[in-house]
Design a protein around this ligand. Structure first.
Ligand SMILES: [Zn+2]
Length: 250
């Protein structure tokens, strides 16, 4: 077994043009990897966001029918800060996303629509890492992360969801990697330095969510959170701040 804590993180592959990020909630990408996205769009790459829900169950003081549209707006604004102008929502229910064929089909359809070489998702593993007693992950993240890893293959197989072909979505077998952000067992990284200020502004767009989450000044909270998060793996990445990924090649 490889001791991942002792191994240096490798640079993420850069020889691709289109990425599709698939996550459960508004803010998942901003907490996870917006600095890397900023770096990629700077380099002329195209990144599209697909969210399984509108995060409508994410704020205790707001009813879902008010919260959903608000968080959708915040998500579109935060995507625009890092150069992403296409954001889609799959309309699964926040908090109770079910792993299964429906979710796999919806994600496979998105992969066929956008034909990415790189697919991104958020940590599908049980915990956020850090050994025994590490913070437990949420069922929505597990379901969407796992279904995204599966759908990367489903999208290329004409016979798994034939109804997608009938809808005009031809198979796409061009996904070369699935990269899992904030995994408990990362293997690769992107230098977070160049994109960090935009990542901070991007996460700050989720203002209603952050104001409900903490009494701290939102800007202070976001800056210290992302600085700490990107500093955590720097000893495995030549001292550079790192957005880490667990990379699955296909
Ligand atoms: Zn989430």
């Amino acid at each position: 077994m490889i001791d991942t804590h002792a191994t240096d993180l490798l640079e993420m592959p850069g020889d691709w043009q289109r990425a599709l990020a698939v996550v459960a909630h508004p803010d998942d990408l901003e907490y996870g990897c917006a600095a890397a996205v900023a770096d990629w769009t700077d380099a002329g790459k195209e990144v599209v966001y697909v969210l399984a829900t509108r995060g409508e169950a994410g704020i205790d003081s707001l009813a879902p029918d008010v919260c959903g549209p608000l968080r959708e707006r915040e998500q579109r604004d935060s995507a625009a800060v890092v150069g992403v102008d296409r954001v889609e929502f799959l309309d699964h229910r926040d908090g109770v996303i079910e792993y299964g064929l429906g979710l796999r089909r919806d994600i496979a359809a998105a992969i066929r629509r956008h034909r990415p070489e790189l697919v991104l998702t958020l940590n599908h593993r049980d915990t956020w890492g850090g050994g025994p007693g590490a913070p437990w992950n949420t069922p929505d993240h597990l379901a969407v992360g796992r279904a995204t890893l599966d759908a990367a293959a489903d999208a290329g197989n004409r016979w798994i969801f034939p109804e997608l072909t009938e809808q005009g979505l031809e198979p796409w077998n061009g996904v070369r990697w699935v990269a899992v952000a904030a995994s408990s067992t990362p293997t690769h990284a992107v230098d977070a330095g160049p994109g960090l200020d935009r990542a901070i502004r991007s996460l700050l767009c989720h203002r209603a969510y952050i104001e409900a989450l903490t009494d701290q000044d939102p800007e202070e909270y976001v800056r210290s959170f992302l600085t700490a998060a990107t500093g955590r793996a720097s000893d495995r990445f030549g001292g550079r701040p790192a957005v880490t990924f667990e990379l699955f090649a296909r």
